[in-house]
Ligand binder design. Sequence first.
Ligand code: SAM
Length: 357
Amino acid sequence: MPVSRLNIALERSELVLPQTGEIAVFRAQTDFNYDVLPANRRRFFNSFKPQHDGLQVQGPAAPDVPKEGQFGASLVHITRSKQETLGLIAKALLATEAGGLVIVDGNRTDGIDSIHKHCKSHLPPDGSLAKHHGRIFWIRRPVVLPDPVLAWRDDLNLARNKDGFFSAPGMFSPARADPGSLLLAAHFDTRIAGDVADLGAGWGWLSAAALKTAPDIRRIDLFEAEKTALEAARQNIADPRATFHWADVVQMDTDPRYDAILCNPPFHQGRAATPSLGLSFIETAARLLKPKGTLWLVANRQLPYEATLDARFAHIQTLEETHHFKAILAARPKSSRPHQSANSAAPARTGPRRKRR
Ligand SMILES: C[S@@+](CC[C@H](N)C(=O)[O-])C[C@H]1O[C@@H](n2cnc3c(N)ncnc32)[C@H](O)[C@@H]1O
């Protein structure tokens, strides 16, 4: 791993950390080496459960951003959403004492140059360094923050989207329901009954759709790694049958307890496409389903989920395939011995109804 821009800026003494005060890291990353920040002064913040849990080895981590004015300095790692990043910078400025430093770091492909330009028009940076296809810049926190910066913070609040649901920048498909989820939900029917789970529930659209069409749902558990999205889901679903869990689905236990599982699995981590994440979701679903349970899954059409579905379910039906998505109903989970069942017993498969959308 190349030496980080943070290391370089500190080594060159272009960037000088304050001698005292805790240092907050917003959207702290498990694959970033924070040794350059004093171990007894660094505090990590990330509301995404796998990152939050993985960070504990490098220092104390919490999901929620801190209160106003308590840190000597803050470091913000940008995200792929410009609006979310500006909101995080505003929150970092609020959480840093007047005169303290707010440091912003990111890659060009994630939009750091645009963020730098945007910040410059309201808060002149103290310094900046371009390196490794990215940039790090730092701002000294003024006593009074300009109104546009406070507006960046407010833009992170949950607000109603085009479908009337609460969401916020940075979440999956924040503006409206995802077309893949719409496709899957068009096939929901009364077979979704009993104890149900939604793996990677986001701001809750899929669960809300199931609760509308399937009256025999006894309870529905929403599992989501992004705490802010889970909070939105909580606001979006008032039904007492729903419960909300901040969880890493990949790490979930193996107790088979659900009659049906709904899932539009993630296939990206940051910018990188990671089909293995979706495969892990399918594995978790197979483990969590009762012997007669069903998995209602939607995925981008090109994602290679079939071999794992075949290995882990006795019956697979393609509900519909479009130009972009495939909606699949997988039933009767098999034991988890890898690929043994895929080779020995071909699953019963019923063909797709293909439609171009
Ligand atoms: C494709 S989105 C689907 C969201 C929602 N179900 C919908 O249909 O709009 C996948 C969701 O999985 C969440 N996610 C990603 N990795 C996760 C993990 N390891 N554990 C739990 N949720 C995760 C993401 O935050 C995102 O909300």
